[in-house]
Design a binder for this molecule. Sequence first.
Ligand code: FAD
Length: 499
Amino acid sequence: MHWLFGDQLGPHFLTPGAGDGPGRDTPLLMIEARSVFRRRRFHRAKAHLILSAMRHRAAELGDRLTYVRADTYRAGLDEATGGGPVTVHHPTSFAAAGLVRGLPQVSVAPARGFLVPMEDFATWADAHGGKSLRQEDFYRWVRRDHDLLMDGDQPAGGRWNLDHDNRQRPPRDSATLSVGRPYRPREDDIDDEVRHDLDRWEKDGDVSFVGRDGPRLFPATRTEARAALKRFLAHRLNDFGPFEDAMLAADPVMSHSLLSSSLNLGLLDPAECVEGAEEEWRAGRAPINSVEGFVRQIAGWREYMWHLYWYFGEEYRYSNVLRHAAPLPGWWNDLDADSVGARCLRTVLAQVRDTGWTHHIPRLMVLGGYALQRGWDPAGVTDWFHRSFVDGYDWVMVPNVIGMSQYADGGRMTTKPYTSGGAYINRMSDMCGPCEYRPGDRTGEHACPYTTGYWTFVDRHRDRLAHNHRTSRAVKQLDRLGNLADVRRQERARGDGPP
Ligand code: FAD
């Protein structure tokens, strides 16, 4: 038998490889383990999406697949195989990898769903000094190695990195970006059944969820995911680049692809996404800055995060160089957006509550930035992101939160902590205008919590930041503030209640 985890759902997990994975007729097994949902308080839309995707895949595979509903993976495996031999592709978390390695009847084939094999990354990383790895170097290596967006040995369009063309502020004259609407799926009987089961589990007191489970917004099948990719490439890729970092309150998606959950469920293979984007450029249908930006996200960032998760090892998740230990407050855990006054945070927290998704800048600068400024425990922040986002899995959350967002690794992944005062949010969004707080105010009743939080963060970590050439200027600015004692008082008065 070959065992498919719930994030191994696409055809590329079934194509026979060179001596690995299932044969054409190998019987298949999927296990729906209730304990996974019992352990943590997940967003309900996430639980819905995963169960819907697994059950849709089971229906597609028909008699070839045994679908077991069990309390734990171990119990499901015993029930289905009685101890007989099983193969599985490398799972996506340390916990699941440890589980399958500890089961004598299971043999583990290499991972699928990523462009770069793990051994190749380890060789590259070792050759690049191990500790001071740079995403840009990795990305260029992947582009060359996979002949991706290349003209001979040169980057297509003449430049490797078009980030400078991709940092535009949002349009000031419009509440939305004028791009084609994203693909949205239609629910079916399987979704009804999932919703019914989740209601029952909650009613029985067996599990507890957070967030709204409105109509399903993300693909649960390969057909839906292909349709979403096709629609993005045809109607939205064009504008992906310029406004990649901008935020609009009334248009949370803007030109983002909404493909992360499909990629992470294994419904899409990253190769088809980046090759599809390249084709659009070669056919003259999309500009190079948008295509390069999109390829960088997938072939650069997504691959990089996957490999760093394994390369840095299991202990990386416990990194906490800033010694942040504060617990996440209840209103945050409950996604209680309505209790928040700061308009940016209220808007973004409501997006998470209602959809389980926001794009990368709200995650990094609004949510992650707020947590970092308040000194919340990075492991707790990682857990919160993991539970609250439809695309959250251990492998992708740990590096994104511990490294990228909370700087808990002291700079193994980024060159500086990512957090800012209200001025950045004001520049890159339309959220500040009607807000009760003013981005420029550090003290007083209109003091912006991001601005106060930013300066108190710089203050608390002044020694570390003064020795980093990318942040030393902030420390000098701090010393010129004049009213630092008032700023500290302002921040202390906030406590952990909603801002
Ligand atoms: P687009 O903006 O359209 O980008 C295209 C694709 O690039 C995404 O679908 C995704 O697959 C990939 N990608 C881009 N950046 C990253 C990245 N940093 N890590 C991994 N993949 C990336 N992404 C997740 O897939 N799961 C997560 O749990 C997750 N958590 C995050 C937490 C924080 C604090 C931050 C800062 C980022 C996180 N990201 C995560 C990365 C990124 O925010 C999401 O991939 C993206 O917002 C998903 O929306 P999209 O599909 O429209 O992406």
